[in-house]
Design a protein around this ligand. Structure first.
Ligand SMILES: [Zn+2]
Length: 109
């Protein structure tokens, strides 16, 4: 996969991450053990799977600008590495150009 494709796929995921940041802002953060239905942050623009994880788990993912939370099976090994697998979700870390794009667009930096 070329660098431009990697960056384009990363931008799709960044879009979903921004959506999830908004979902999280709507939550009561003290209730961190509660499961929230976040959007799958995969690179498929037509994906609308919900990924139920706790606010505490989502916060763990968001501490790393290259990490995203996806529905199981939605990972793309060409651009990302699975770093954690939960019951209903996987956490991936972006590689190379996709990782740079994701880090540069991190809303928390
Ligand atoms: Zn997905």
């Amino acid at each position: 996969m070329n660098e431009e494709s990697e960056r384009r796929l990363a931008r799709n995921e960044i879009l979903f991450r921004d959506t999830n940041e908004a979902i999280e802002r709507g939550q009561w953060l003290a209730d961190s053990g509660k499961h929230v239905r976040f959007r799958c942050e995969c690179s498929r623009l037509d994906c609308n799977r919900a990924v139920p994880i706790t606010l505490a788990d989502y916060e763990q993912v968001r501490r790393f600008p290259r990490r995203f939370v996806l529905a199981p099976g939605h990972e793309m090994p060409e651009i990302e590495t699975v770093v954690d697998r939960g019951e209903d979700h996987v956490v991936v870390e972006k590689k190379d150009a996709a990782g740079e794009t994701a880090a540069a667009a991190d809303p928390r930096q």
